[in-house]
Design a protein around this ligand. Structure first.
Ligand SMILES: Nc1ncnc2c1ncn2[C@@H]1O[C@H](COP(=O)(O)OP(=O)(O)OP(=O)(O)O)[C@@H](O)[C@H]1O
Ligand SMILES: [Mg+2]
Length: 233
């Protein structure tokens, strides 16, 4: 079995007194592309926020590349090599594409990948638009920029929360192809939350199915029938 990049054990998290994550277990190996699926409110976004350190774990542990990161801040986790692209993206809307990518570079420190070529190679559209104010770009372009900015920090693991949301289908396909190339060419491990069947079928090699703050099922083989059945629960 390949080395585990992410090992989550018995993870609990709450908003105030309301428990949301209630014992999540998951293991992701280096170079895998793993989906997290489940209905609205299942806790998928909370799980991503807990993994990156924006929501505190109340019980359980998160190991990243063999190191226990459960109590590290989000900044420290980013420096350890986790890139996070939140639901709804989060580009700096007043900055240009180039400036947004510069911000990503700060996280990568001296190891930051060569700007801007690596990102522009995967997302040529961003090169054409490099002087455009990010907030004026389409949803799909902003999603590419959000991924590009995370990529520049040179992460070993990328967490994506619903990358297809608000993105037109042809661009979703382009983003899926880019993510696969990123994994194939630089070995980045990818964990993504998704409700869009096409995206899941296009890139997921396995899926965790979340239900009420826990992993209810894992799908080790991805086919339309099984994924569709889980999305409808
Ligand atoms: N900041 C918050 N404060 C209080 N409760 C919250 C907060 N964010 C989310 N919740 C609640 O936590 C539960 C899980 O929400 P979460 O956003 O993790 O679900 P999700 O699976 O990502 O849903 P979706 O598919 O709609 O994005 C929901 O009941 C939600 O209302
Ligand atoms: Mg969500």
């Amino acid at each position: 079995m390949a080395e585990s990049v992410l090992a989550v054990q018995g993870l609990w998290a709450a908003y105030g007194a309301t428990p949301i994550l209630q014992g999540v277990d998951m293991t992701v190996h280096r170079g895998e592309i793993v989906g997290v699926i489940g209905r609205n409110g299942a806790g998928k976004t909370t799980l991503m926020r807990c993994l990156i350190g924006l929501v505190r774990a109340t019980r359980g542990s998160i190991e990243f590349q063999g190191r226990n990161i459960t109590t590290l801040t989000a900044d420290a986790r980013a420096r350890e090599g986790i890139g996070y692209i939140p639901q709804g993206r989060d580009v700096f809307p007043q900055m240009t594409v180039e400036e947004n990518l510069e911000v990503g570079k700060l996280i990568g420190g001296s190891d930051a990948r060569k700007l801007p070529d690596l990102v522009y190679n995967y997302f040529p559209r961003l090169k054409e638009r490099r002087r455009q104010i990010a907030g004026t770009m389409s949803g799909g372009e902003q999603q590419q920029l959000a991924i590009g900015r995370a990529l520049i920090g040179n992460p070993a693991l990328i967490l994506l929360d619903e990358p297809s949301e608000g993105v037109q289908p042809s661009v979703v396909q382009l983003i899926c192809e880019a993510l696969k190339s990123i994994r194939d060419e630089i070995g980045t491990t990818i964990v993504f939350v998704e409700q869009n069947l096409d995206t899941i079928l296009a890139i997921a090699e396995r899926c965790y199915v979340m239900e009420k703050g826990r992993i209810a099922t894992t799908l080790d083989e991805i086919d339309a029938e099984h994924v569709r059945a889980q999305l409808l629960i």
